[in-house]
Design a protein around this ligand. Structure first.
Ligand code: F6R
Length: 607
């Protein structure tokens, strides 16, 4: 996720307004900042790694001249956060500048094609191919908008882009596909930005661009066309009525809820991983004598889910280990044949990095999965993948869990293919199911939230929760329990359901709240047995199961019904969503701030 802001106005310098706009978009990314303006017909760029204010002060960005400009705040996906990789990126002659939010899946092919034509690239980003493609198209004597249109037709992936060029200095060309972009119009100035709150202080008239649309903006307004065929789209501006305060969280009262709702988008991005790095990680995983999945908190729960997928799909045994226990438990045996796949949203968790350091000293191969390009984990890993879920501001990790599970599931699929463990039909079916997950999560958000609110109202005074699941659903149960614990402080336990009779059952009394995660699949019959055990002891049964699953529904006091046909092995992704919502709604009913849980920090960088 990145933030983009562009502005053209009749007179006066735009740089101070661009900086203001970017600061309202900082929640979308904050590892690098850059601004381009056209000053006396010449394209000028100032950019560097760092937060907006620091970079702006250091490079005196507010003093840049020009009444047209674009600005970017970055959350790296390709290439470390440094000056060279910061946006805007330019063509070879410094005449076309581009800022971008999204992921270009086929950038390596496009880059190779451009290299063959003699282009030089300076950055490691996917974005840099865009100005070069536009430059090539403009050689054919077409204008900036048409050249951008033609270039975008060649791009696979997602984008919101703004293009500024000294060759046509009175316009900004912008377009979107899956990443958001909104225009703002006022008398004598036209804006474009990643979201409306960035524009709201200057105008309440906005135009939301739709997927596959390109707009050319100038001081008099805008013209929209479809990228696919260039046909003109008529759309009048709409008035926004909400305030800036409401807007920062995009109308959501808390970042946690906003991030829960962002999951369909973040998951689509998590499906856009670079083939080359996936292959590299897969090859390492295949080679290891033993594979440890090392992580903490939510990331550990993703790893537990991942371990089921690796063994069932790719026939690879993996050991999920809590980072803080790794050195004592396996430190003296880990060695040259061991693979450590460290999973960490921040890439900075102290315990995880300590386990990684120890493993490197013993010549083990360290692989990484993180959300943070340029984090310590990316620097110390032999190879790494980025989960691509954008900045997560809520302390309670939500989109992290779903993204990490989806990435691990993709790795397992690739490994299964490499090892010949699945037939072509099975591979195709599994791949197709993976791609359905973002839509399923969207449906789950639409269909379960109201139901979860009703359940939360009835469970508000419950003093103890037990979360149970079988097989891979035990990971979902653990993560659901962690969410509840972190933000409501209600004592709760999570167990693989089969283990509950070896101890936890002793705490069950009349009305103890028991949450069962019960997707259809191999564990279905056994979970029914576990529900009956708890019900017989007076527990209140809250089940998350497939719609019309009468055997579960008949035994439960409360039911959250999920869409049909979700394969059990991928169920943690959609099935965690109602549990995230349950924790959130209970926190609200208890008048607690879910974004600021007590005693917790987003990234634990201390021993
Ligand atoms: C849970 C949570 C923490 C983190 C843990 C690991 O909601 O946010 O438990 O999951 O601190 O953090 P990363 O993934 O950054 O290593």
């Amino acid at each position: 996720m990145c933030g983009i802001f562009g502005l053209i106005q009749r007179s006066g310098d735009v740089a101070p307004t661009i900086l203001e706009g970017l600061s309202r978009l900082e929640y979308r990314g904050y590892d690098s900042t850059g601004v381009a303006t056209i000053d006396n017909g010449i394209l000028k760029i100032r950019k560097d790694a760092g937060k907006i204010k620091d970079v702006a002060d250091r490079l005196h960005i507010a003093e840049m001249k020009g009444s047209i400009g674009i600005g970017h705040t970055r959350w790296a996906t390709h290439g470390a956060p440094n000056m060279i990789n910061a946006h805007p990126h330019t063509d070879q002659h410094g005449k076309i500048a581009v800022i971008h939010n999204g992921v270009i899946e086929n950038f390596l092919e496009l880059k190779q094609e451009l290299l063959d034509k003699g282009h030089n690239f300076v950055s490691k980003t996917d974005t840099e191919v865009i100005p070069h493609l536009i430059e090539e198209e403009m050689k054919g004597e077409v204008g900036l908008a048409e050249a951008t249109l033609r270039s975008l037709r060649r791009i696979k992936g997602s984008y919101a882009v703004c293009v500024l060029s000294s060759l046509e200095p009175n316009k900004i060309v912008c377009a979107r596909l899956e990443s958001p972009l909104v225009l703002g119009v006022s008398d004598g100035a036209t804006y474009c930005a990643s979201d409306a709150p960035a524009i709201r202080p200057y105008t309440n008239k906005v135009v939301y661009l739709r997927n596959g649309e390109l707009a050319t903006i100038d001081v008099n307004g805008y013209k929209i066309v479809k990228v696919a065929d260039g046909s003109v789209v008529e759309r009048a501006p709409e008035e926004i009525t909400w305030s800036i305060e409401m807007a920062e969280k995009q109308d959501f009262p808390h970042y946690m809820l906003k991030e829960i709702y962002e999951q369909p988008i973040s998951l689509r991005n998590s499906l856009r991983l670079q083939e080359k790095y996936m292959d590299l990680l897969t090859a390492f995983l295949d080679r290891g004598k033993e594979v440890f999945l090392v992580s903490a908190g939510t990331s550990q729960h993703s790893c537990i889910a991942g371990s089921y997928i690796f063994s069932q799909i790719a026939r690879l045994t993996t050991y999920p280990v809590v980072s803080s226990e790794f050195v004592e438990r396996y430190g003296s045996t880990v060695g040259i044949d061991s693979i450590i796949l460290a999973v960490s949203q921040s890439g900075e968790t102290y315990d995880t990095l300590k386990a990684v350091d120890h493993s490197r000293m013993r010549a083990a191969t360290v692989l990484g999965l993180t959300n943070t390009v340029g984090s310590t984990l990316t620097r110390v890993s032999r190879a790494y993948l980025i989960q691509q879920s954008g900045p997560e501001i809520g302390v309670a990790a939500t989109k992290t869990f779903t993204a990490q599970v989806l990435v691990l599931a993709q790795l397992a699929l690739r490994l299964a293919k490499l090892r010949g463990k699945l037939s072509q039909d099975e591979l195709d079916e599994y791949g197709a199911n993976l791609h359905k997950i973002p839509d399923l999560v969207e449906t789950v958000l639409e269909t379960t939230h109201e139901r979860v609110k009703e359940i939360a109202a009835r469970e508000k005074d419950s003093r103890l929760f037990l979360f149970l699941g079988r097989g891979i659903s035990s990971a979902t149960a653990m993560e659901g329990r962690l969410k509840l614990l972190e933000i409501t402080y209600v004592p709760s336990l999570a167990y693989p359901a089969g283990e509950s009779k070896h101890g936890p059952i002793s705490i069950i009394e009349k009305d103890t709240s028991c949450v069962f995660v019960c997707p259809r699949g191999e564990t279905h019959a056994e979970i029914i047995g576990s529900i009956m055990e708890m019900k017989a002891r007076g527990a209140r049964i809250i089940s998350i199961c497939e719609e019309e699953d009468t055997s579960i529904i008949g035994l439960s006091d409360e039911v959250i019904e999920m869409p049909k046909s979700i394969p059990e092995l991928l169920s943690p992704v959609p099935y965690i969503v109602p549990l995230q919502l349950l924790a959130y709604e209970l926190a609200i009913l208890k008048k607690l701030d879910p974004d600021k849980p007590r005693n917790l920090a987003k990234s634990v960088t201390v021993p």
